[in-house]
Design a protein around this ligand. Structure first.
Ligand SMILES: [Fe+2]
Length: 147
């Protein structure tokens, strides 16, 4: 099972977004590890639920920030989130209905979720983060003239 590690190449330069991406990655790795160590389907299914809940939370957080800041590429960014969400929903349906659900979840992580997350962070989220930083630049450093 593949894992993904957060490093500077995945930083978008906005702390709150980076922190959420780290938690997402941690949850994805937990799911991957649960599958690799042949945990019971019920455990894997619960781990997938935690991941899905977090993804929803994170998408909502990014999207409300985009709305608040009038981000011009909001619709396109939101639609990428939606596509990903739909793919995860397919897994959620699988987990209750099919025998090979774990195999399909594994396949989704190894061949889709990790690469999607990496690409989405490095391109789409970074574009948004650049926009955010341009809108509210970091405060200038204080100059000490007292000496
Ligand atoms: Fe995003």
């Amino acid at each position: 099972m593949q894992q993904i590690e957060w490093d500077e190449s995945l930083s978008v330069g906005v702390k709150s977004i980076d922190e959420q991406h780290k938690v997402w990655i941690e949850k994805l790795n937990t799911l991957s590890a649960a599958i690799a160590s042949c945990q019971k389907t019920r455990h894997i299914s619960r781990t997938l639920d935690f991941l899905m809940d977090y993804v929803e939370f994170h998408f909502a957080a990014e999207e409300s920030l985009m709305t608040a800041k009038n981000y011009p590429a909001f619709a396109q960014h939101k639609s990428e989130h939606h596509q990903f969400r739909m793919t995860l929903m397919d897994l959620f349906v699988l987990e209750v209905e099919e025998d090979d659900a774990v195999g399909k979840i594994a396949d989704s992580i190894n061949n889709f979720q990790i690469s999607w997350l990496r690409n989405h962070i490095q391109q789409t989220d970074r574009r948004f983060a650049n926009f955010l930083r341009a809108k509210s630049p970091a405060p200038a450093e204080a100059v000490n003239c007292s000496s």
